[in-house]
Ligand binder design. Structure first.
Ligand code: HEM
Length: 488
């Protein structure tokens, strides 16, 4: 009897488990056949768009599509599909998705001949992520304190060459000073002292290698691509010589080159000279151009908006008084008004006008109106950053230069959520150089405001739409006269 009871109990337990498992399996099966599917975004054919793009321009065409279809729509390029995600509500997966779900795909291939096969998009994902971590470490805000003195020295030395008064092209001047700063902080003093002119023109050739044609055909031996390859090889030679000379003299410096030289992979392997060269090229490349464009726009906007120019100068006076004329890292961190003037300039003219990824797997987006769409794997996904920066439901009077929009009580870069302001990207690939970019632009503009009376004498510049990065078109002429905003 006892045995029967035990057998019955075991049978009941077994039946119970079989029922649970079979129910789970049948639910799983039915889920497979009835996965919740959502509609795909509205599709527009590229041929239908071309007249509008030619007549009204790309920005106006995107605006028309946004007004008609809302924040998610697909452009069919006669086969390949590009889905645009407009605004912060639909941006999360783009920035946060795993590399296996959404990645740069082959868009970054254009950078391989520029930086070399040994780094970033020339290597596998695991090595790349370690290399990006080396960059993140170098550019950490806590590591930037030691760069402030060298940046100040470069800025003071550069503007000491200006006379008592004069007229200059702000664009040329700021490009030059930023090249000196980048070289000093990132390339090392050897390059800064001895071969800056050559390195500067080699980087120019690398920059020319990034164009729409090379996106499509990065390896075709066009004259531009050949010059790019020659410039890459010469830069690698220069950096390798510098690295070897430092190693043989056991000299250590306080710059990015040194920090890269001291980096080690998780398995204990030291970084090679070729990898260091490639990553230094990537740093200069990623940082110099957007920083100089931003510093020029900051100047053009401040010099055309008396209210904000006066506010920025008053802030300098206050900080000089507080720090007894000694401007250092902590003083720079307190320059909130200047910070907002810079941030608003990058919002108005963002250097990275759109960000792109390849979706490898289907993902869902939900618009602020509550509409849900499935974005299929295989689509190219684009965030139109420049357009997002002018969205009327995120920014009040979006076409007006108004640094106060980022101030206390308004903070328009936050009200739309985490991805309202994506000028520096966001999530997994957020720009690691953001703090350095603000730091160097603040050093330049705080120096100029303290030491010169400045006026914009050419018309306010338009953005050069033929060039990537919305740089100001033509010369930006200013007049200067020395003054001293010293606190007594
Ligand atoms: C105003 C100045 C700058 C702007 C507007 C800017 C913008 C951006 C943006 C939008 C991205 C993300 C691209 C994407 O997600 O597709 C990015 C990435 C990056 N930026 Fe910047 N950047 C600036 C300055 C700098 C500086 C000064 C450095 C370094 C010296 C730097 C280094 C990098 C690097 C290494 C990445 C790649 C990160 C990754 O792929 O994980 N940037 N930047």
């Amino acid at each position: 009897m006892d045995m029967l009871a035990t057998r019955t109990t075991w049978l009941a337990i077994a039946l119970f488990f079989i029922t649970i498992v079979s129910t789970k399996i049948s639910r799983w099966k039915s889920n497979i056949h009835h996965l919740p599917t959502r509609p795909l975004p509205p599709v527009v054919n590229v041929l239908a768009l071309l007249p509008s793009v030619f007549k009204k321009g790309f920005g106006v065409t995107i605006n028309d599509l946004y007004t008609r279809y809302g924040s998610v729509f697909t452009i069919n390029l006669l086969g390949p599909k590009i889905t645009l995600l407009v605004g912060p509500d639909v941006s999360a997966h783009f920035f946060q998705g795993l590399e296996s779900e959404i990645s740069f795909g082959n868009f970054a291939e254009v950078t391989v001949p520029i930086f070399g096969q040994e780094v970033l998009y020339g290597v596998d994902v695991a090595t790349r992520s370690e290399q990006v971590n080396f960059l993140l470490d170098i550019l950490k805000p806590s590591k930037l304190r030691s760069l402030v003195d060298p940046i100040f020295q470069e800025v003071e030395a550069y503007f000491a060459n200006w006379g008592h008064d004069g007229i200059v092209d702000l664009k040329h001047e700021l490009e030059q000073v930023l090249m000196f700063i980048s070289s000093r902080c990132l390339l090392g003093y050897e390059v800064r002292q001895m071969m800056l002119k050559e390195v500067y023109s080699l980087f120019h050739e690398l920059e020319n290698g990034l164009n729409f044609f090379s996106y499509l055909f990065p390896y075709i031996p066009t004259p531009t691509n050949r010059r790019r390859d020659k410039a890459h090889n010469r830069l690698k030679e220069i950096f390798t010589t510098t690295i070897r000379s430092r190693r043989s003299s056991s000299r250590a410096e306080e710059d990015a080159l040194q920090r890269l030289m001291d980096s080690k992979y998780k398995d204990g392997r030291s970084i090679t000279d070729g990898e260091i060269s490639g990553m230094v090229m990537a740093l200069i490349f990623a940082g110099k151009h957007p920083s100089s464009i931003t510093s020029i726009w900051t100047g053009a906007f401040m010099l055309s908006n008396t209210k904000f120019l006066i506010a920025a100068m008053e802030e300098q006076k206050h900080i000089l008084s507080k720090y007894k004329n000694q401007i250092g890292y902590d003083a720079l961190l307190e320059m909130d008004t200047l910070n907002r003037c810079i941030k608003e300039a990058i919002r108005m003219h963002t250097p990275a006008q759109m960000l792109a990824r390849k979706a490898h797997k289907k993902f869902k987006v939900q618009t602020k109106e509550g509409k849900e769409y499935d974005i299929p794997g295989g689509h190219t996904v684009v965030i139109p950053t420049a357009f997002n920066n002018k969205l009327a439901h995120v920014y009040t009077d979006p076409h007006v230069y108004d640094p106060d929009r980022f101030g206390p009580g308004r903070e328009e870069d936050k009200v739309g959520g985490e991805y309202s302001f994506t000028t520096f990207g966001g999530g997994r690939h957020v720009c690691p150089g953001m703090a350095l970019a603000y730091l160097q632009i603040k050093v330049i503009w705080s120096h100029l405001l303290r030491n010169f009376e400045l006026k914009l004498i050419s018309p306010f510049p338009n953005a050069d739409l033929r060039k990537m990065g919305q740089e100001p078109k033509g010369k930006v002429m200013i007049s200067y006269k020395r003054h001293q905003l010293l606190h007594c």
